[in-house]
Ligand binder design. Structure first.
Ligand code: DAH
Length: 340
């Protein structure tokens, strides 16, 4: 029996030694140490044994069991250590590798141009006012010297919400709101950027687009101030050699009125397809604030005068970015937007 026990011990230790994972180890524990394990199997025979030998064998069996158990726990420890080192090795991060950049959003080209335009005017001392997009007929037309039967209303393709309420067709109503909020004849120097709406939709028109309104009112403001201001603006926008020209035109809320052209930004004035060989591109409407408009807000046209202008931001963006279809600005196609 002693021999058998020693034999079990040797095989057990050997097997445990060469086990490579926890599962194998558990199998071995069952094989050697469990109630049905080999050690117990042998000890069952102790009943038939000489009573004097029993304690000796019992002691030996206990020692062997202990030895095997110790071997188990040291092996478990060893395997756990091994697993740990393995895991650390697998999970190591190479911090010298270049990182993966998540795709980052950026400013829409239209907002880029919008911001640039506003910055230039702010640099010239203009205050920025943002207005409402829903207006009454009075602010959108009537107060701007366009009574109900005025033919100029046909130019506007208005979206009506009710007989008296409209989506503003231009930013000009902000002229009225601004001066109404001031004392009579109080000087004004503002721009009003914002969305406007018209029933129009093709390559160069969108039912929603953007304008910047400008208004300067004070004693002795002249058309030369208008031209100088626009020159300073467009030279910062498109370069110092940009020229500005005023052509007589008609708007109900200005007198005299002028359409403003700048030298073509694509050919610098030599003539190309965009400017139809003229060398000039039309960019805005403007004029001297009509005396009726001043009177409508309680200003005295004998005391103060003013100039006003309204330009399309989208059109400016098309010129600046070299886009020939306005709809590209609103399609939100990343292939286009990411180029700027
Ligand atoms: N409101 C005009 C339009 O949308 C543009 C305009 C013309 C604005 C002349 C002005 C101006 O302030 O003086 O067509």
């Amino acid at each position: 029996m002693e021999k058998k026990l020693n034999q079990i011990k040797l095989t057990a230790l050997e097997h445990i030694n060469s086990a490579t994972d926890m599962e194998q180890l558990e199998e071995l524990r069952i094989k050697f140490l469990s109630k049905k394990g080999e050690l117990r199997q042998v000890l069952r025979g102790m009943g038939k044994m000489d009573a004097k030998l029993r304690p000796v064998i019992g002691k030996l069996a206990n020692r062997i069991q202990q030895e095997i158990e110790e071997k188990f726990s040291s092996k478990i420890h060893e395997l756990k250590e091994k697993q740990k080192t393995q895991r650390i090795k697998e999970e190591t991060i190479d911090i010298t590798l270049p990182g993966k950049r998540p795709p980052a959003g950026h400013i829409h080209p239209l907002n880029l141009i919008y911001g640039k335009m506003v910055d230039i005017f702010v640099g010239m001392g203009f205050e920025v006012k943002e207005g409402r997009e829903v207006e009454t007929d009075y602010y959108c037309f009537e107060a701007l010297n366009m009574p109900k039967d005025h033919p100029a209303r046909d130019m506007q393709d208005t979206f009506y919400i009710s007989d008296d309420v409209v989506l503003r067709t231009h930013t000009s109503p902000m002229q009225i709101h601004t001066m109404e909020a001031k004392q009579p004849n109080e000087p004004v120097k503002i721009i009003c950027p914002g969305r406007v709406y018209r029933r129009d939709d093709d390559a160069t028109h969108s039912p929603m687009f953007h304008q910047i309104e400008g208004l300067v009112v004070g004693p002795g403001v002249t058309m030369a101030d208008l031209k100088g201001t626009l020159e300073a603006f467009f030279q910062q926008m498109f370069g110092a050699s940009t020229k500005v020209r005023l052509r007589p035109s008609y708007f109900p809320f200005t007198e005299p009125s002028a359409e403003v052209d700048i030298t073509c930004v694509f050919c610098s004035g030599t003539g190309c397809r965009t400017c139809k060989q003229s060398g000039w591109i039309e960019v805005l409407g403007s004029g001297m604030v009509h005396p009726n408009v001043l009177r409508n807000v309680g200003y005295d046209p004998e005391q103060v005068s003013g100039f006003a202008f309204g330009m399309g931001i989208d059109r400016m963006a098309m010129l600046k970015l070299g886009i020939n279809d306005l709809r590209l600005l609103f399609a939100n196609d990343l292939r286009m937007i990411e180029q700027y």
